[in-house]
Design a protein around this ligand. Sequence first.
Ligand code: HEC
Ligand code: HEC
Ligand code: HEC
Ligand code: HEC
Ligand code: HEC
Ligand code: HEC
Ligand code: HEC
Ligand code: HEC
Length: 483
Amino acid sequence: MKQLKTILLGIALVGLIGCSSDDDGGVIPPPPPPTDQAPTISLTAPSGGAAVMPGGTVTITWTASDDNQVVGVDLSYTHDDGATDTPIASDLTGTSFDWMVPSEALYGVVIKGVATDDAGQTGEDTTEDIFAVVAFSERGYVMTETCADCHPNAADDERLRDGHQYKLNKVVDGTPPTYPNSVVPNPPAGSTWDDVTYVIGGYGWKARFIGTDGYIITAGGNNQWNLATEEWVDYHKDELKPYDCGPCHMTGWQTLAENGGVNQDGLVGIEGTWEEPGVRCEECHGPGVDHVSTQSATEITLDLTSEACGTCHQRGGLTVQPEASGGFIRHHEQYNEWLMSAHADNDVDCGSCHDAHIGVSYGNPGIIAECEDCHGTPSNAHLVPIADCETCHLAQATKSATKENEFVGDVKTHIFTINPGAVGKDAMFFTDAGTGKTRTNAFVTLDFVCYQCHTDPLTGEGGGSSEQTLAELSARATGIHGG
Ligand code: HEC
Ligand code: HEC
Ligand code: HEC
Ligand code: HEC
Ligand code: HEC
Ligand code: HEC
Ligand code: HEC
Ligand code: HEC
């Protein structure tokens, strides 16, 4: 039945068309004269929001149509949500145009195409995905100054108040690098600044120096400058020490194996290359070109885990207990220390206490949660409330450059838990049978905590306050908060 109906309808239609095309004298009125339609245009490229280098070329393509004739297409762009409209080219007759973009950075670029027909009517279209004109490296890094164009606050925090960026500092034309809070006054003995290509560190604890061959300067000793004591000490005296420290110090470090055997600046002692010296935005957030182009949160890495900090603030991997040597915990092991603490078991991460962009040295306000915010203020049975939580619980049982005495190093320990027993630091360290390395137990002993101020009657070492034996300290320390 259905089929039959269709056939009948078909015949009826043929009849109608036949009648009208016959033009047989007005049985059916003629159609009105065609109204002139405005042209349509559809921009087909660029799409997908890919970045373009300043001065580079973008191929813009489109399709345009009109019931009569498109006579020309005008292209323009905006990079400020339409506030300004800058011409690219006009009266184009083809379907594509190679646009040589400006030579300065532009973000949020949208291209507009306007088609005009023979009657002077216009139709327009804009590209759907924004893109950026921005300089980027082969691996997609755009560098700190580009991030700072849109994130001035994060950049200012980092630039003014954080040691990460000062990890490696270039010596330009024999002029030493400058730091916001510290000074590296001289190159090592026997060198001038012209013999130094880079200063390693110099912000917080110590400085080491890279020579014109890319190796760390070790000849003759006295090659490490300790900031706290303003003294030169030996670092691997007379050894050949390549600079292979990049994974923890640099942004976008690649080893020789990864980069095909390229040495940074052509210096053979530097066993790799970097995108930007120091720990900068894209070391933590990943290469940023796609994010800059699309301004999308999903195109940038935001890693809130302790492991992200632990890629550098560790030694020997993320599972081992901290190494010790010379009676102190070794430095850059905050992750290994933290991992042994109750904080790790309770998701109190680096970022729970630290602002990732602001350091803690020189009074910088990088701590975003105080101990008391979570623990309240436990009663303190210590005679004088002179010591705050951090003084005791982040005792300087770790050493980077120097020690004040046998019980005070120069880096704050992140084990947090204090052993109130009458035992000294020997109880804190043990030899790891597997590796033969000296490692650290999951507590800090009272000598590290209390001899910051008190004095050890056995050795005379300590901070000068009253002499207290370990037994006396233990008696006072046990249940010190009244628990
Ligand atoms: C052209 C402007 C622009 C530039 C340049 C830029 N960003 Fe962004 N960024 C944004 C915008 C806009 C957002 C907010 C996106 C959203 O919330 O949808 C953002 C968000 C972020 C976020 C938060 C992501 C999240 O998951 O919430 C991070 C991290 C970030 N940017 C890092 C960077 C870094 C690193 C650089 C340099 C490599 C950079 N940005 C360069 C515009 C920019
Ligand atoms: C040491 C690693 C590290 C470095 C270096 C770093 N960031 Fe972040 N950034 C983080 C972490 C972790 C977070 C999330 C926690 C937070 O907001 O403190 C974050 C958050 C952000 C956010 C989103 C929240 C906010 O603060 O607005 C932006 C935007 C951002 N970073 C941009 C930057 C820029 C720009 C730089 C360089 C000037 C930079 N970051 C350098 C680790 C880092
Ligand atoms: C596993 C990561 C890692 C490696 C590898 C590493 N470092 Fe570091 N380094 C750090 C961290 C993290 C700090 C800061 C925290 C600390 O010392 O506890 C630091 C601090 C320093 C400082 C002091 C910076 C200052 O401003 O005072 C110097 C100097 C230094 N390192 C030199 C080197 C040299 C030279 C090498 C290679 C031979 C090297 N480091 C290898 C992670 C590392
Ligand atoms: C790519 C390696 C790297 C990563 C990732 C990293 N750090 Fe660092 N950090 C360093 C180095 C190297 C130093 C020493 C910088 C110096 O003194 O020149 C340092 C120093 C610091 C300092 C002391 C400097 C100051 O200004 O007070 C703090 C605090 C710190 N890091 C916290 C963090 C936190 C929190 C994270 C995770 C959000 C993190 N770091 C991620 C390598 C790293
Ligand atoms: C974001 C919340 C938070 C902050 C900030 C914080 N803690 Fe904790 N802390 C905890 C939690 C949760 C635990 C595990 C549960 C418990 O023992 O209370 C813990 C455990 C501890 C322990 C081990 C307790 C035990 O029984 O072994 C010590 C010691 C400690 N914290 C000291 C500190 C100190 C010192 C600070 C400041 C530097 C601090 N905490 C900051 C949440 C926090
Ligand atoms: C004079 C050094 C000292 C100061 C200051 C100090 N503590 Fe303690 N704290 C200790 C010692 C020692 C223990 C171990 C007591 C024990 O195990 O019997 C301890 C234990 C703790 C514990 C484990 C649970 C408990 O009550 O035994 C927490 C949590 C803690 N302290 C938090 C804090 C906070 C928060 C502050 C600052 C308001 C602080 N402490 C200040 C020495 C100190
Ligand atoms: C419970 C809070 C808390 C946690 C968790 C925490 N820190 Fe800290 N951290 C502190 C405090 C408090 C200081 C000392 C601040 C000061 O000197 O004013 C500090 C200091 C530091 C320093 C500088 C040490 C020095 O001697 O100058 C580094 C580096 C650091 N933290 C890295 C880390 C890393 C990496 C993690 C995660 C593995 C972490 N922290 C986890 C509270 C914390
Ligand atoms: C920041 C410095 C500082 C730290 C850290 C410190 N003390 Fe004290 N302590 C003092 C001062 C100052 C006095 C009073 C004068 C004196 O005895 O020299 C004192 C007094 C004492 C006394 C004698 C008075 C009394 O209450 O009986 C004992 C015992 C004592 N502290 C135990 C400890 C123990 C245990 C620790 C470590 C858990 C410790 N102190 C950590 C500064 C400190």
